[in-house]
Design a protein around this ligand. Structure first.
Ligand code: A2P
Length: 275
């Protein structure tokens, strides 16, 4: 099956495309709209935005222009808006910016354990899901102790945990934990914010299989069952990142990429980040 048609079925029955276009830092919003239209025309069927990215309106314009029906859109609740009332207001603002009646996936962007409102915030997402305004709900950057609290204090397991995953930060333990809980692992910065692209091992593999370094990393993550959200502001690279059908990695290549794990985080640490 072509990569752009690959989906996974989440624990609530919703079908999530395995590859999506990430729009962090794709600005200003006129550019967001153009790039999202480039991505949708290339065949992407998932667009991943967030209130914090400041481009939900640009995403919404592109998706409504292209045709809302066949596009899966994710957005995320930003950090200052934890707590029931603020979450409800923030969700309304997101929907207003996107111009949609129903959102596909809404995530709590960071747990902010120091603020300790993520359980109440999660209950509010459950309310929103039950009201039909969002099809699926999940979290981002959550660790097992945060998920334990959701399991102990609420009756709903998140469908997705979107975390930083790439060959330099493979998150094996956390991914095993998510699998046991039935939570899908989706990777932000699957290219290590670009850091992987100059790695000699990735370069060697790319030369051997006749693909680009970015394509090798994305194919490897998909082969591992991880959802990927590559981000690019360049139309040619947006297309390149979806052209993975001909990219085949042998077990020896897969093992070589597994060997690159070094705990290298390109983003903030979930235990301390407050935005
Ligand atoms: P650009 O926007 O100029 O394409 P990540 O998705 O891991 O956060 O990585 C994003 C970074 O990787 C961006 O700097 C982006 O730059 C770069 N990038 C994305 N796709 C490719 C590609 N196919 N080849 C080279 N660089 C890429």
């Amino acid at each position: 099956m072509p990569v752009n048609d690959l989906t996974t079925t989440l624990n609530d029955g919703v079908e999530l495309p395995m590859i999506g276009y990430g729009v962090w830092q794709i600005l200003p919003e006129t550019v967001t709209t153009t790039r999202v239209l480039d991505a949708l025309s290339a065949g992407y069927r998932l667009v991943d935005t967030a209130a914090a990215y400041g481009n939900e309106r640009g995403v919404g314009d592109a998706v409504r222009d292209f045709g809302r029906d066949n596009v899966f859109v994710t957005s995320k609740l930003w950090n200052p808006h934890h707590g029931r009332d603020a979450t409800l207001r923030a969700f309304d603002a997101t929907m207003d910016a996107l111009g949609f009646d129903v959102l596909d996936l809404y995530l709590v962007h960071w747990p902010m354990p120091g603020v300790d409102l993520y359980v109440e915030t999660w209950r509010t997402l459950v309310e929103l899901r039950n009201s039909g305004r969002v099809r699926s709900i999940g979290v981002s950057n959550f660790h097992p102790e945060h998920l334990d609290r959701l399991a102990a204090e609420t009756d709903t397991v998140p469908s997705v945990n979107q975390i930083e995953i790439h060959p330099f930060l493979q998150q094996r333990e956390l991914r095993d934990d998510l699998q046991h809980r039935g939570i899908f692992a989706q990777a932000w910065s699957p290219l290590g914010a670009g850091a992987l692209l100059s790695d000699p091992e990735v370069g060697r593999t790319a030369a051997e299989v006749g693909a680009s370094p970015a394509q090798v990393v994305l194919r490897w993550l998909l082969d591992e069952g991880v959802g990927v959200l590559p981000r690019s502001g360049n139309p040619a690279r947006i297309v390149e990142n979806l052209r993975l059908d001909e990219v085949r990695l042998d077990p020896v290549h897969a093992v070589a990429l597994r060997g690159l794990d070094r705990g290298l985080r390109t983003g903030p640490h979930p235990d301390t980040f407050t935005g």
